[in-house]
Design a protein around this ligand. Structure first.
Ligand code: 4AD
Ligand code: MG
Length: 449
């Protein structure tokens, strides 16, 4: 049985077999008490071992980190803190863990230390919870979109185009070769599945891609990873407002449902890591996101600049810095903020030009403590405007003929966005470093495991 199933039992149960990893063993007169965890939930199962069923030599091998299998009966626990315990009848040691060497002893370890043993840290409460939350949130996202008639599509990981035009690409070459002998052209790991998702969207109507994306940004920040997961819905006949509505609804649904389905795991973070977590999550669910145009955001920031000063002066035509995002979400509005209609110069080629000729129909969703969690836009569906834009950016138009076909043949208004999955997990847990929400993070200078 899984420990999760045992915890949910409503009556005692005989002849049960449980397997897992030992968190601690405590010996008292005649008995030993083992805290056993099998990963199925946060809680441990208390296993009671009568010393008459085990030799002293055997018992000594049941140490923190070892794996065991226990046969016995689930009975009501007279002790505090748990409803059920397992009265062991037979104990098998599956794998020992030398207590002089096993690095995860029963004490608090720093995040930095645990990153070095990322292959073992999943056996702690915190990292077990994070991995369970990641799984549940993925499932919730699929559910949300599938219930709304979105099709899950698979976009390529190896690509020849730089969707975002930022140039932060990892190149793919065959091992041992210096040049692109395999594809006979430059190949990269994708920064976004958007462009090919657009193509499928303009045949299926509502689609989403959900996979790993890669960016060779040299930004060593707590919010950037070189490999991260992104959910990218793309919707035919949606304008920018529809796009913002859907993104807001999705985020709210994920937070609300995760609070229900992973209550125990989220509680761990609110108890030990971030006391304000629940109120932030509740606030997000219950209040509409503030929506402001980029120009208004700059106005607010310029006023704040005069009062308190920023490291970077806010200026129309430039990107918002982290400190600006934090001011808007944590001080000025105290909640999620959607900023839309950005200057065209700071956004990629595919975004739809607004009638003012200066801004594009882009939107970013900013969250307190996290900053940007969503980036999206209405797409430029007008062939001529799109080509002009590509020319302005000096793009190689012949490489994008297939993309232009989407505007040549049966073009329609459409929109989409990318939701940074790992940043969403940071928001849900209050964990402040992206390296601690990704099982095996990849960042500049680190490629372990
Ligand atoms: O804003 P971005 O660059 O948008 C796109 O890639 C669009 N093509 C998406 C679309 O419209 N289909 O990235 C989207 C989100 C960001 O808001 C952020 O949450 C996350 O992806 N993100 C990162 N997360 C972790 N590490 C990084 N280096 C990230 N770069 C972007
Ligand atoms: Mg962005």
């Amino acid at each position: 049985m899984l420990i999760k199933e045992i915890i949910d039992l409503d009556k005692e149960k005989k002849d049960v077999v449980v397997q897992g990893w030992v968190r601690t063993r405590r010996d008292s007169k005649g008995f030993s008490f083992i805290e056993l965890n099998d990963g199925s939930c946060l809680k441990n199962l208390q296993v009671v071992i009568d010393h008459s069923i085990i030799s002293a030599a055997h018992l000594k091998k049941i140490t923190t980190g070892s794996s065991i299998k226990v046969k016995g009966d689930i009975v009501e626990s007279p002790g505090k803190g748990q409803k059920w315990e397992l009265m062991g009848r037979e104990v098998f040691i599956l794998g020992e863990a030398d207590p002089n060497k096993y690095p995860l002893q029963k004490k608090r370890h720093s995040d930095e230390f645990l990153r070095q043993i990322a292959h073992l840290r999943v056996r702690t409460n915190k990292y077990g919870a994070i991995n369970r939350i990641r799984s549940t949130v993925s499932y919730i996202i699929h559910n949300f979109l599938q219930e709304r008639d979105f099709f899950y599509i698979h976009t390529p990981i190896i690509t020849s185009s730089d969707c975002e035009g930022a140039g932060d690409l990892f190149q793919v070459i065959k091992k041992g070769e210096k040049k692109d002998s395999f594809f006979k052209k430059d190949a990269y790991l994708t920064v976004s599945g958007q462009l090919t998702a657009e193509a499928i969207c303009l045949g299926l109507g509502r689609v989403y891609t959900f996979g790993p994306t890669f960016r060779a940004e040299d930004s060593n920040t707590p919010r950037h990873a070189a490999e991260f997961w992104m959910v990218e819905p793309e919707m035919a006949f949606f304008d920018l407002n529809d796009d913002m509505d859907l993104a807001e609804e999705l985020i709210k649904y994920v937070v609300k449902t995760t609070l229900k389905q992973r209550a125990e795991d989220i509680e761990l973070f609110s108890k030990f890591l971030d006391k304000g977590l629940f109120s932030r999550l509740e606030k997000l669910i219950n209040e509409p996101f503030v929506r402001i145009e980029y120009t208004e955001a700059i106005n607010i920031l310029e006023k704040a600049e005069k009062k308190m000063g920023f490291q970077f002066k806010p200026k129309w035509g430039e990107d918002l810095q982290t400190e600006h995002e934090r001011y808007l979400t944590e001080k000025y509005f105290n909640g999620p903020v959607v900023v839309y209609n950005y200057p065209k110069e700071i956004k990629p080629f595919y975004m739809r030009l607004n009638d003012d000729g200066k801004t594009v129909a882009a939107m970013d969703i900013l969250l307190p403590k996290i900053g940007e969690v969503v980036g999206g836009s209405q797409r430029e569906e007008r062939f001529d405007v799109l080509v002009k834009n590509m020319e302005r950016l000096e793009m190689k138009i012949q490489d994008y003929e297939w993309y232009l076909d989407l505007r040549r043949y049966g073009t329609v208004k459409h929109s989409g966005f990318g939701l940074g999955f790992d940043r969403l997990i940071m928001f849900l847990t209050g964990v402040s470093n992206i390296r601690d929400v990704i099982p095996f993070p990849r960042t500049p200078g680190t490629l372990n495991f």
